[in-house]
Design a protein around this ligand. Structure first.
Ligand SMILES: Cc1cc2nc3c(=O)[nH]c(=O)nc-3n(C[C@H](O)[C@H](O)[C@H](O)COP(=O)(O)OP(=O)(O)OC[C@H]3O[C@@H](n4cnc5c(N)ncnc54)[C@H](O)[C@@H]3O)c2cc1C
Length: 233
């Protein structure tokens, strides 16, 4: 039997069933063409379905985490003739502040913000939002009364119930490192290696355990948060 007829037998035999290889199936006009143009046989369809099922289960596991999404603004200002001020946070007035290059300073709020749809939220700074931050800093530093608005932007905080990161294995082989609640940038160098150790399973730092999301079910939330403005920057 030649190679081609062997393949044809393989592809069409009732005994052997449909060919496993979609390319071979396509040669012999078998299988169905998917919207992406691939030929799909009963065999490969099972595999694809299994992958989607797996992705869907993973997504459900991740979606069960108690994380919310808040929109947070950043506003920039020119000094307006005032002497530059150092970076600071003002808890009573509810803002953080730092110089941005030589010409500008930037500010953001220290309080919680409403939840938003992460796929549909205003990414620009509204005039009233910039004005509100300006009022706050002028209460603390009257010399900034002549500061000039230079626009700003808004982005997202992924927020956990205690405003601390959520890190751990949440299902077999599924690791989460999220919920950094607006202060994950400074934590990244310290946490990066520990999170990598967790994923590859090599000698995890016991200090990471307190960040596992099971702390919310077990009512062992960490003692920190923006609620009472205990996190700055
Ligand atoms: C306005 C604002 C101010 C902040 N100020 C501070 C601060 O002062 N100090 C501080 O420590 N932290 C601050 N943060 C928080 C800090 O930026 C975050 O905690 C940190 O960036 C989180 O890091 P990450 O790597 O977990 O996520 P990210 O930095 O969000 O990185 C995730 C990356 O994944 C990409 N991505 C997403 N989905 C997909 C996909 N499906 N496929 C491929 N890529 C994808 C994204 O594009 C992104 O590049 C601030 C955040 C905001 C919004």
């Amino acid at each position: 039997m030649g190679l081609l007829s062997a393949l044809e037998t393989r592809a069409t035999s009732q005994v052997l069933g449909p060919p496993r290889d979609p390319v071979i199936a396509e040669w012999f006009g078998m299988g169905s063409r998917s919207s992406s143009g691939m030929s799909v046989t009963g065999d490969t369809a099972m595999k694809v379905t299994a992958v989607f099922r797996c992705v869907s289960l993973r997504a459900q596991t991740l979606a069960s985490l108690p994380l919310t999404v808040e929109r947070h603004i950043v506003a920039t200002f020119a000094w307006g003739g005032a002497a530059p001020m150092p970076a600071h946070g003002d808890l009573p007035n509810g803002y953080y502040f730092r110089p941005e290059g030589d010409e500008l300073f930037l500010m953001g709020p220290l309080h919680e913000e409403p939840n938003v749809d992460p796929d549909d939220y205003p990414e620009s700074l509204a005039d009233a939002e910039g004005a509100d931050l300006a009022e706050r800093v002028i209460r603390r530093v009257p010399a900034l009364e002549r500061a000039e608005t230079r626009g700003g932007w808004a982005s997202l905080y992924d927020v956990s119930p205690d405003w601390q990161p959520v890190i751990g294995e949440i299902a077999e082989g599924v690791f989460v490192d999220a919920g950094t609640s607006g202060h994950g940038f400074k934590l990244a160098p310290a946490l990066g290696r520990h999170v990598a150790d967790l994923v590859v399973g090599s000698g995890t730092d016991p200090g990471l355990e307190q960040f596992h999301p099971r702390r919310f079910e077990e009512e062992r939330e960490l003692d920190a948060g923006f609620g009472e403005a205990r996190i700055l920057g």
